[in-house]
Ligand binder design. Structure first.
Ligand SMILES: NC(=O)c1ccc[n+]([C@@H]2O[C@H](COP(=O)([O-])OP(=O)(O)OC[C@H]3O[C@@H](n4cnc5c(N)ncnc54)[C@H](OP(=O)(O)O)[C@@H]3O)[C@@H](O)[C@H]2O)c1
Length: 343
């Protein structure tokens, strides 16, 4: 455990990075603002006077070393993570500090676990990957829902977004993943990630109130499928996304999120329901909150605080559900950010 309260944020001036910087300050941490564009960093710095600005490029390891020098941890908010995760993890290993990110790119997520599991363990550092709305929350809910079960026949994840105004970063990350898939979609069957060219089925999912029954797109595989399948035995993982959110995301003229109050949060609301089935039994965890980008900040900052406090045992690359006591972690989030129900 360290008394160092300094945390480097890479991609600090991006939409999600800004929420992370605010959350760190709210909780008494001192962010070091980093990112590739010195001009944007300077402008963001004027909104956050007194904080150190350290421009750095993923192509220049020495600049990353300077950005991370003296920090207790680094939080990477700059995507596509296919480009940024590896250089930042390498820098965190050189600095011997924990690394956390908010990556939601299935192939890049898999790469990170495969490439760095052994190396991070050998370097003795904790990497918590995909610690965000996608990848982190669903994994925590699935882990909490499972309780004492060691396996499930299937897990279903239903994303109940009332809208989805994507940031440029989300759209670019989506394009990068799409290129890697060569026109195919990702599904999870027989215990593994697979690819298909078949159209995703449209169906309905009955969410808890207030959302209720909604048209959804099935097989809408997100980072949670990668994180959950790392540590929970379930041959089938199904994912469903509200059709209204898919329409927003695939709109030819997508609208970026717009703040609806001084917190910077958009009015978007979400219900995330995770259902584990075994034999005739069902266990369910439901989370309700607002603004998937803003909500990512309390999630990743709480994770960082726990890692820096030495609450994660061992070293290596972890998912949220592997790293933390899921029920305790979820209960620790402020009711202003999230309400959670286990059934
Ligand atoms: N898992 C989740 O639930 C979740 C939640 C929130 C965000 N995210 C992901 O986080 C990423 C950022 O999202 P956002 O909402 O903050 O988007 P954003 O506002 O568009 O910001 C993107 C940030 O990434 C930086 N960046 C992009 N490519 C880079 C590169 N090659 N090297 C260094 N920096 C680079 C951008 O810098 P410039 O402005 O200089 O280009 C900017 O700071 C996206 O990939 C998004 O999918 C995931």
């Amino acid at each position: 455990m360290t008394s160092n309260k300094t945390v480097a944020v890479y991609g600090a001036y991006g939409h999600t990075g800004r929420f992370v910087v605010s959350e760190l300050r709210r909780r008494g941490w001192t962010p070091i603002l980093s990112g590739r564009d010195a001009g944007k960093l300077q402008v963001f710095g004027t909104e956050n006077p007194g904080l150190e600005l350290r421009p750095a490029s993923v192509d220049e390891p020495a600049s990353l070393d300077r950005a991370l020098a003296g920090a207790a941890a680094v939080i990477n908010c700059a995507g596509p993570f296919a480009s940024t995760s590896a250089p930042l993890i390498e820098a965190a290993m050189r600095a011997r500090i924990p690394y956390l990110d908010v990556a939601a790119e299935i192939e890049a997520n898999i790469d990170t676990f495969n490439l760095f599991a052994d190396r991070a363990r050998e370097a003795g550092i904790v990497v918590v990957h995909a610690m965000a709305f996608y990848g982190g929350l669903g994994d925590l809910l699935a882990t909490a829902a499972m309780g004492d079960w060691t396996y499930a026949d299937e897990i279903s994840i239903a994303y109940g977004l009332d809208s989805w105004r994507p940031t440029p970063g989300t759209l670019i990350a989506g394009q990068v993943s799409k290129q890697r898939r060569d026109g195919r979609r990702v599904v999870f069957a027989d215990g593994k990630i697979a690819y298909t060219t078949e159209a995703a089925p449209a169906t309905e999912w009955t969410f808890p109130a207030p959302l209720g029954k909604q048209p959804v797109i099935a097989e809408f595989t997100m980072a949670d499928t990668v994180t959950i399948s790392r540590h929970i035995k379930a041959p089938r993982i199904h994912s469903y996304m509200t059709a209204v959110a898919v329409r927003d995301l695939t709109d030819p003229n997508p609208q970026a999120p717009v703040a609806s109050d001084e917190s910077g949060q958009s009015p978007q609301t979400f219900v995330l329901e995770v259902l584990a089935r075994r034999g005739g039994e069902e266990r369910r965890a439901i989370a309700r909150g607002r603004d998937i980008y803003a909500f990512t900040a309390p999630l990743v900052v709480e994770a960082m605080a726990r890692v820096v406090a030495g609450q994660v045992k061992g070293a290596g690359v972890f998912t949220a559900g592997e790293a933390f006591d899921a029920r305790d972690f979820l209960a620790s989030l402020s009711p202003a950010n999230l309400s959670v129900e286990l059934r």
